[in-house]
Design a binder for this molecule. Structure first.
Ligand code: COA
Length: 377
């Protein structure tokens, strides 16, 4: 018997069991692979977070070393992929579109029948795709990956061609660990759905990139930064927020489908951003950001008293990535640099106990129409 109750946006519907992460939206808690996000984010290397998702435990020291070496070995991309990215940059394609094209071509020059190899390869290759596109887009030649650098440091190195600042590496590493997985969010659901038809990982990640691109999902941090810079310039955060809400606009970086409290990732990222800005001397901008957040949450509560609209992850993502020196155009692609770990882990988990994901829809169209030939319509 088909359940004819409509669940718009599949809200509150469970379609999979997972050991990867869980969210308590009322308590504001996020657990990744058994660890509270607060603990994992500040301590782990990104490679450790990915190993945790793949193996349901942290690696030993020697396992970590070999995992890092293995990932580093998958970083290079073929000339064919570079060509796709060069063309995307030449045509001023959006960074997420370029990433989608690059990921779709990720099999070129890579041959393996093992899905775990493809999983590691996808984790490794996304930073190279993003930075190669960005270098072409900036009129520069790509920087080849270095085997002696960790995953996060190498990403920054390939972006600028310069030795990365350790404080920026730690800030970015904290970000990558924080957003590596987050339950069955929209893009992870897309990846799992594609995997559930026994399709391949490249297809699943290509679809997930498309989903992440939307401003209601991973596309929010760019607009958050724009909003903060304009409000900072105006020196009137209160007036700015009120004007937006009066115009019926949404404040980017606030509200969430699951959390009814402040997103725990906002706290982790705000602490990381505070450390970074204090070190770089721009503590004043960080102070403005905190003031803006307080104003926005208070105005949102007047605006929608029956719906708790609190700070979400994207607000401090924008602040932290700006401080790290990631170009605004690459905020969402940097989200993908992290989330790919969750996407592929979910696909492997789905494959291990698969049932094709196939919900139902409720038909609201007409019945019993009778055919009229085209010339009579
Ligand atoms: N600013 C102003 N109003 C907001 C808001 C925001 N950031 N987020 C939600 N609302 C309002 C909606 O307008 C809606 O009001 P209505 O019932 O009068 O139409 C109500 O709150 C419920 O919003 P809804 O879109 O139904 O909630 P959702 O669970 O489907 O959506 C988000 C969640 C994240 C998509 C939504 O909060 C949003 O658009 N936020 C801004 C974008 C953003 O930061 N995205 C990153 C998410 S991590």
């Amino acid at each position: 018997m088909v359940d004819q109750e409509l669940h718009r946006g599949l809200e509150d519907i469970a379609v999979a069991e997972t050991r990867l992460s869980t969210i308590d939206g009322e308590a504001g808690e996020l657990i990744i692979g058994g660890y509270p996000v607060e603990e994992l984010a500040k301590n782990a290397l990104y490679e450790e977070s990915v190993f945790l998702l793949f193996n349901d435990r942290l690696p030993t020291k020697s396992e970590l070393e070999s995992f890092r070496t293995e990932l580093a070995g998958y970083r290079k991309i073929s000339e064919e992929i570079k060509q796709v990215l060069r063309q995307a940059a030449r045509e001023n394609a959006d960074a997420m579109d370029a990433l989608r094209m690059g990921v779709a071509a990720a099999n070129l020059g890579f041959d393996s029948t093992e899905s775990t190899d493809h999983a590691k390869r996808l984790v490794s290759v996304i930073p190279t795709i993003v930075t190669t596109y960005w270098r072409y887009r900036s009129g520069k030649e790509p920087v080849e990956p270095r085997d002696d650098l960790g995953h996060t440091a190498n990403y920054l190195y390939m972006l600028s061609g310069e030795e990365p600042d350790p404080a920026a590496v730690r800030g970015l590493e904290t970000y990558l660990n924080t957003v590596v997985d987050h339950g069955l969010n929209a893009s992870t659901f897309v990846a799992r759905s594609i995997a559930s038809s026994d399709s391949d990982l490249v297809s699943a990640v290509t679809g997930a990139v498309g989903s992440l691109k939307g401003p209601l999902h991973g596309g929010a941090p760019g607009p958050v930064l724009e909003m903060l810079l304009v409000a900072h310039e105006s020196d009137d955060p209160e007036g700015y927020v009120q004007e937006k809400l009066d115009a019926g606009e949404r404040l980017m970086g606030f509200g969430h489908r699951v959390y009814r409290t402040r997103d725990p990732r906002a706290e982790v990222l705000s602490r990381a951003a505070e450390r970074l800005y204090s070190g770089s001397g721009d503590r004043a901008f960080f102070g403005f950001v905190e003031e803006f957040e307080e104003t926005a949450v208070s105005r949102l509560s007047d605006h929608k008293p029956d719906r708790k609209l609190e700070t979400n992850v994207e607000f401090y993502t924008a602040v932290l990535l700006y401080g790290v020196g990631i170009p605004q155009e690459l905020f969402t692609t940097t989200f993908a640099v992290s989330r790919v770990g969750g996407w592929v882990a979910h696909c492997l988990e789905q494959a291990a106990d698969n049932k094709i994901i196939r919900p139902v829809s409720i038909y609201v169209g007409d019945h019993n129409r009778s055919w009229t030939p085209a010339e009579n319509r």
